[in-house]
Design a binder for this molecule. Structure first.
Ligand SMILES: Cc1ncc(COP(=O)(O)O)c(C=O)c1O
Length: 406
């Protein structure tokens, strides 16, 4: 946990907007999972889409973590960072033939989520080892946009299609070494995890898939975003997961590895976005605190209606007032929080937006040509890595450079 005093110091030292991450917390979250889920063959493949900061990935690499990747770019980046390819799983959806060939050549386990792709593999790549992604047929998640089970999602092969899968696997003489499901992000109910596991384990029989080496139950472990939100009891949930998996492997007849692919759980709470308020405005019924960042830098409130806690670091004891905390982008919807009670905000106050470690920087962009902020990573109480954001001039030059088509 980084103290508010330290965050304020970093804001003063590096300037704002600025992302700050607690590398120790990320490592602690990784190690906690092994304590929570007492399964001797557990592998954690961090979903790097949540936050691809290279310093955080290096810490996780050295701690032994694997990676869940979703694009050739992520695979190449992970390999360049020194992740062994055996620790990487590739779960793209709607991939092109060229992308498939590119990642296959890199020697990474491919997780296939459509019958159409499976048919192409059976025809053109007989004999290869693959993992298959199934739709767990369970709907859960913190936003409809991130639920990945059930009828309305594009992900995975339907469980009902298992006979067709077997036919294609036989036709291509493929070795199915893993089965996968991912139910969604921010799973609200422990029961959903158990049901998705049960649905996948039901088809993971030696008759259907005799060559299995692992089952991968995706990510989705939720963390609290609101101050009054309860933390899930991961000790009892982990024990239940391990118990169910052990019962399954006893039936399967052989010990298999169990994979999870958490993203949010590992990094969300470890990150802050520090911003400076530059304009206060009273708009009849609304008090608006305008700051020097905007939704392209932290899009979750706008995209998912997500709640992120906000602290006034430089005036923590101010008399509380109700604010719309807005950004610097030309859209009315550009708000980090609406009608939020906060200690009095003055111009030049520094605010910290919490839970900014997952799906914030990594979903960022430069809309309105506002460069992405710098990032600072703390580890062992010290600054472990830091980079500044581009200046506006550098961003302008970079875009012009990229557009110089030959
Ligand atoms: C296949 C897959 N695995 C894991 C994750 C990570 O989910 P979370 O960050 O909620 O743990 C995602 C998120 O989109 C995903 O699509």
């Amino acid at each position: 946990m980084i103290s508010h005093a330290r965050l304020l110091e970093l804001a003063r030292e590096y300037g704002t907007p600025l992302f700050v991450y607690d590398g120790d917390m990320v490592l602690e979250r990784y190690r906690d999972l092994f304590r929570f889920i007492p399964c001797e063959k557990l592998r954690i493949c961090y979903a790097m889409k949540a936050n691809y900061n290279p310093a955080l990935l290096t810490l996780l690499r050295d701690a032994g973590a694997g990676l869940d990747t979703v694009s050739p770019g992520e695979v190449l980046y992970a390999l360049k960072l020194g992740f062994p390819r055996e620790r990487i799983i590739y779960t793209a959806n709607n991939m092109t033939d060229a992308e498939f060939e590119q990642v296959l050549a890199l020697g990474v386990t491919m997780n296939i989520g459509s019958l159409s792709r499976l048919a192409k593999i059976a025809k053109h790549h007989p004999g290869i080892r693959i993992c298959l992604r199934f739709n767990p047929d369970v709907c859960d998640g913190d936003s409809e946009k991130t639920m990945t089970g059930g009828d309305l999602t594009k992900f995975g092969i339907l469980l009902d299609a298992v006979d067709e899968v077997r036919r294609l696997v036989r036709e291509g003489n493929l070795r199915v070494i893993g089965l996968h499901e991912h139910t969604g992000s921010g799973l609200q109910h422990a029961e959903s995890v158990y049901r998705s596991m049960a649905n996948l384990m039901a088809i993971a029989t030696p008759e259907n898939f005799p060559d299995l080496e692992f089952l991968d139950f995706g990510g989705g472990f939720k963390v609290p975003y609101k101050p009054d939100e309860k933390r899930i009891d991961y000790v009892s949930m982990g024990a239940e997961i391990a118990r169910r998996f052990e019962a399954f492997t006893a039936k399967y007849g052989r010990k298999l590895d169990m994979y999870f692919e958490p993203g949010k759980y590992m990094v969300a709470e470890a990150g802050y976005l520090l911003v400076e308020v530059n304009t206060l405005k009273r708009n009849r019924t609304r008090l608006i605190a305008g700051c020097n960042s905007g939704f392209p830098q932290l899009i979750r409130p706008v995209l998912y209606n997500a709640y992120h806690q906000i602290w006034n670091l430089s005036n923590p004891c101010g008399t509380p007032q109700v604010y719309d905390v807005c950004g610097n982008i030309c859209e009315t919807g550009d708000r980090f929080a609406e009608q939020r009670e906060l200690p009095e905000i003055r111009e030049y106050d520094i605010l910290a937006i919490g839970n900014a470690g997952a799906y914030c920087y990594s979903m960022g962009g430069v809309y309105n040509l506002r460069p992405m902020p710098g990032e600072v990573i703390l580890h062992d109480g010290k600054v472990f890595a830091a980079h500044r954001g581009l200046t506006s001039e550098e961003l302008a030059d970079r875009i012009l450079e990229e557009n110089r088509f030959k």
